[in-house]
Design a protein around this ligand. Sequence first.
Ligand SMILES: NC(=O)c1ccc[n+]([C@@H]2O[C@H](COP(=O)([O-])OP(=O)(O)OC[C@H]3O[C@@H](n4cnc5c(N)ncnc54)[C@H](OP(=O)(O)O)[C@@H]3O)[C@@H](O)[C@H]2O)c1
Length: 443
Amino acid sequence: METTEVVRVPLSTPFGVFDVHAFERPSGHVYLALVVGDVDDGDDVLVRLHSECLTGDALGSLRCDCGVQLRLAMRTIAAERRGVLVYATGHEGRGIGLVNKLRAYVAQDQGSDTVLANEQLGLPVDSRDYGDAAAVLAELGVRSIRLLTNNPDKVRGLTASGAVVRDVVALTTAPHHRNLGYLTTKERRLGHVRPTGTPLAGADELAPATDVTALLGDVEPRADRPYVVLKYAQTLDGRIATSTGDSKWISGEDERRISHALRAACDGVLVGVGTVLQDDPELTVRMVPGASPMRVVIDSKLQLPEAAKVLSHDAPTTVFTSELSAPERRDELRAAGVRVEVIDRTADGIDLAEALAVLRASGTESLLVEGGAKVITSLLGTGLVDRIIVAVAPVLIGEGIEAVGPLGVTEVTAGIRLENRAIFPVGDDVLLAWDVVSVPSTS
Ligand SMILES: NC(=O)c1ccc[n+]([C@@H]2O[C@H](COP(=O)([O-])OP(=O)(O)OC[C@H]3O[C@@H](n4cnc5c(N)ncnc54)[C@H](OP(=O)(O)O)[C@@H]3O)[C@@H](O)[C@H]2O)c1
């Protein structure tokens, strides 16, 4: 079969400038080769063969890991200053096409996994042909490759089509609770090699953990609220900040990477305005390959500064406020693309049960709460927490801010009960997690 290069043009991207070579194949499909550096001298070229996925690549769908993998591959190739990303159109949904892929999603929503769904529709599980990609690489002068993939079938397919695969480089992403089933099916039924990356147990400095599902627990949203996970870092003497409010950094870098993996696993990450004013966190995913969740801020009076990092364009932001905030400020935020919801107040401030119900009604299934003390206390006190994750760090600071304030508990037996303990040492810190199984009994 003939491979025809039809156009070549530089394409600048956030990862740098790629030379795009477009090839038309007799199959009618167009292959784009995004080239960095000199690859026509042939050997050990870093290559990603990326199968088109409109929903993941362009729309950021969390049903799969395609968009995150695509950007990670572009970043990796650009950083090496030599490599090729072959973008294969016609590979949508492992070759079944966009509409059939969406039909398979309907079957998956009724309980089938990604393999069974195709079978039920009478479609092949994987009909991708790697001959076109091998021909494109040969046309570029690439003689041998290091392939960025977790999929042994890609290695076999390219090899069978004449490409020389010298090495395989893993391309793992931090799993989201929504794509975890899909990724584990790919591992179990299609032979992919650990697409979720290294789990917490067994992680080391060379392979830090990206798979934090054992910490997150079973994500089971309620009808009226998301699955809520509290996560904070505390000193060995039980403080989340000094008495002046400083909390940077209680835990070590390895532990903070875990926090980013937890964000990447959830639909939303919530803080109170006290944390925004004190720490100005960005709340995006930066330390692991994954998508940033929606940021959620609880702020009755809209004290949130205009320049707060949680308002950055890198991820969506929702602010829950009350009638105490200025309507003009709400309008300013809305004009800047921030979702602002005005809801009722309780004695503690914003009615958090109502805020969670609003989030659930608009699709949020999982919510990571990263503080601070007042929001943690309110959520625990009102029985709105499913899981608690605490990083205990090897430092003592004496007086300071405690994670949990008054709960009205006067006897230990009336405290909030936790079960299903999980423990992971991470760097010099220890991560502990439990399911929350009761509300505090107050006298
Ligand atoms: N170590 C860690 O993991 C960690 C994590 C996060 C924060 N921190 C530390 O925690 C400290 C901030 O804690 P914080 O307690 O001041 O702030 P916070 O819990 O982040 O925010 C509290 C504020 O949220 C607003 N709010 C509205 N409705 C609420 C409700 N129902 N319940 C509770 N709060 C409600 C209130 O302000 P309005 O009345 O104005 O709405 C309240 O003052 C900082 O020192 C920060 O460094 C540590």
